[in-house]
Design a protein around this ligand. Structure first.
Ligand SMILES: [Zn+2]
Length: 241
């Protein structure tokens, strides 16, 4: 701010005449502060919201017309959630949140390419959102399709005869993930491990995403967390990645 503006604004006559302006600034600061949680507070808010969802004691906050009024002039979501497009995995519902709370990015298999990373960068850079969750889910059809095509000769043959359309690009994205391919080198519950591996890949992808997210994560400005939503119980399990 220039010296002229500082000295002008600080004059008592200006303060009196423009007290309405100061009141508006104060009010907007208070509204911003209300959503201006650090990443730990944001993570805790999601955990508490999921507990309410699982126990059936939902608050349904920020889901009425007064919230629409609050958000007319802008948004300040406290979390970015990257999740699957699956109709059973809706972040606002499973975390008991409302309008303006979650910046939501959804693709089948929660895969991310440039469009998705650009959307995340927008929220982190311009909206000040400090928490990013990459959330896979049990019984994910996209991961199952990838596994069927990659590892079953029968399905591999079917793949060659049937058109997959743009789904193929999702399969190829999963196939390009190192973590995803590691899963198949050992026996056991390959399906669930593949779902987790895809989340681990997503978290690592964002942590090294240049030019913004990598730097913000290394500086501690944002937290990038992995999670699995259990469609059988409604519980979100946070992963230690
Ligand atoms: Zn899915």
């Amino acid at each position: 701010m220039s010296d002229f503006l500082i000295t002008t604004i600080m004059k008592p006559s200006y303060l009196f005449k423009h007290s309405w302006l100061i009141a508006i600034f104060s009010l907007s600061a208070a509204i911003s502060y209300a959503q201006d949680q650090n990443s730990d507070e944001a993570l805790n808010a999601l955990k508490e919201g999921n507990k309410r969802f699982c126990s059936g004691q939902l608050l349904h906050t920020h889901q009425d017309l007064s919230r629409i009024d609050e958000l007319k002039t802008g948004q300040k979501p406290f979390a970015i959630v990257v999740s699957c497009s699956d109709s059973r995995v809706t972040p606002e519902i499973v975390f008991d949140q409302g309008l303006g709370d979650i910046f939501s990015i959804r693709t089948a298999g929660n895969v991310m390419a440039d469009y998705e990373e650009g959307s995340i960068e927008y929220a982190a850079e311009h909206l000040g959102t400090k928490l990013i969750i990459v959330m896979g889910h049990t019984s994910c059809g996209a991961v199952k399709a990838f596994m069927d095509i990659k590892h079953s000769h029968e399905n591999r043959d079917a793949h060659h005869t049937e058109k997959l359309g743009h789904i193929e690009s999702i399969i190829q994205k999963l196939d390009s993930e190192e973590e995803e391919n590691e899963v198949f080198k050992t026996e056991g519950d390959v399906y669930n491990r593949a779902i987790i591996a895809n989340v681990i890949h997503g978290v690592k992808q964002l942590r090294k995403s240049e030019p913004f997210l990598k730097e913000m994560h290394e500086d501690g400005g944002i937290q990038i967390v992995g999670a699995i939503y259990h469609i059988e119980s409604g519980e979100v399990e946070f992963l230690n990645i």
